[in-house]
Every structure is written in C-alpha cells, then in structure tokens.
Design a protein around this ligand. Sequence first.
Ligand code: PDD
Length: 289
Amino acid sequence: MSQTVYLNGEFMPLAEARVPVLDRGFIFGDGVYEVVPVYARKPLRLAEHLARMQNSLDAIRLRNPLTTDQWTHLVSQIVERNPWDDQSVYVQVTRGVAPRDQAFPVDATPTVFIMANPMSKPSAEQRERGVGVITAEDFRWQRCDIKSVSLLANCLLRQLAADAGCVEAILLRDGYVTEASTSNVFVVKHGVIVSPPKDRRILPGITLDLVLDLAREAKLPLEIRPVTERELREADEIWVSSSTKEVLPVTMLDGKPVGGGTPGPVYARMYGLYQEHKARIAGAGAAHA
Ligand code: PDD
C-alpha cells in the first residue's frame, strides 16, 4: 500500500502531492505544524496537539481553516488510509500562495497538508544504554513556544549533534537549560525530577505534559523551575522527551558520563509508567485519548 497524504481537500499518494513555489511555507517558512504520535491506530493526546496548533496559529495571526471536529476526522482518515498501526502524523498549515511580499496577503487560502509516517521509535539499545547529547548555545528566536515550520536554527543545532555522533543538542540560554533541538529536557537530582517552566523560550511539549502528569499521578518528586547549566552537568539523570522519542535517557553529555553512565532508576520508573499509559490508550475503545 502506498503512503496516502491529504492536501487541500484531497487524499492522494505522497508522490502526487504538489505545492506551488509561491506558497509562503516554501518562500518564508510562514506556517505551523504538529507531529502526533499514533499507537495501535489511536492518536495520543490529539486534542492537546490541536489546541497547541491553535495557539501557534493565533500567535502568527493565521485563521484556522478547519474546525477541531474536521481536524479530528481528517487525522483519523489519514491513520486509517495508511498501512501502519503505529504512526506519526504530521500536520502543517501555511499562509498559502501569494505574490512574494513579507506582509500578509489579504485573500490567500491557507495550505493544509497532513501525512503519516511509520512511527520511528528509539531502538531497544538506545533505551537500554541511553544516548549521547552535546550542549549548544540556544541561538533561536524569542518565540520558541510557536511550533513554526521555520526550523533553520533547529536544523543547524540538530546537525551539530549529528556531526558529534549524538542524537540531540541540549540548548543553553544565559546559563540556563531551555530545551533540546527537537525535544524537551528533564534532569533528575537526588530522586527529584526537575523541568524548566513553559515560557516563550521553549515549545510546550505534549510529551512533556504527559511525563509530568505521569510523575504527579505516581507521586514522584517533581519541580518545575529554571535549570542551570551546572545542574545539568551535575545531574544524576537527564531525559529528553518528544512525540517520536517518547522519553529517552541521556547517558553521555559532551562526551562525559551522566551519573553512573547508565539509565537511572527514576528513568526506569518513568519508562514503565509511559509504556503502561500507552497500553491503556491502545486498549481503550476511544478513537483518541
Ligand atoms: N518536535 N521542543 C522542540 C524544539 C521540538 O521540536 C519538539 C518536538 C519538542 C517536543 O514536543 P512534543 O512532545 O509535543 O513532540 C520540544 C517534533 C517531534 C518534530 O519537530 O519532529
């Protein structure tokens, strides 16, 4: 079965999807997106992803072309029309096609694109041994809470990590941890999970919220507060989270072992809680959770 995507009102094979070169997504990176994980054909926290997309659209002053019910229906259609049980669904809205001018066009129609890919979860080895990350200066703009398709800075930072043979770059701004190039960051010290507050310097991760909810339900010690570079370097455990990484242990930071150099006990607990949560969702009758 070939990969089916949705573009501006029609389902079609990926290879047939075309966007005009004057689309402002192509010319200016003028658009927003979401990546929704799907397990056993059930989207995880779809309502939260759609709410975050609405916030991103509001922040860039772009009218949402569809209602929440229409989005929910289209996502379920894409999930149904593609061959994999576990998928990541990519949703993008741009300001549409218009003559090149930075100011907003008055009458452009937003471009809506949805595609599914097979979910590429971290490998068993990455979970069991943990992954390596580097640190880098967070040189992105001051609206990192918007899930914008303008991802050049994130691409440059993620490539720095790839050049170093690492999965992520943890970003530092003014001596504090913000997030990573494609994920949020947690540190653990003396059994306490610490995560930076949600503000304009980070993307309010849906997986971040899920991890926080699971920690609260299990009554794990938790603090939401700024994390200094020093705390990062002295942490017992570091985790990164995203819709595609789930929650992943970091065991090497800038070439030095984190804690004992293996995934820690608090990670093991959280990983268990996360998998239980996924199993509950997959087993539930609801179309999404
Ligand atoms: N990225 N921070 C950044 C900069 C991200 O790009 C992402 C996700 C996250 C985690 O958000 P969430 O838990 O909602 O996935 C944090 C997605 C997966 C991507 O761009 O592919």
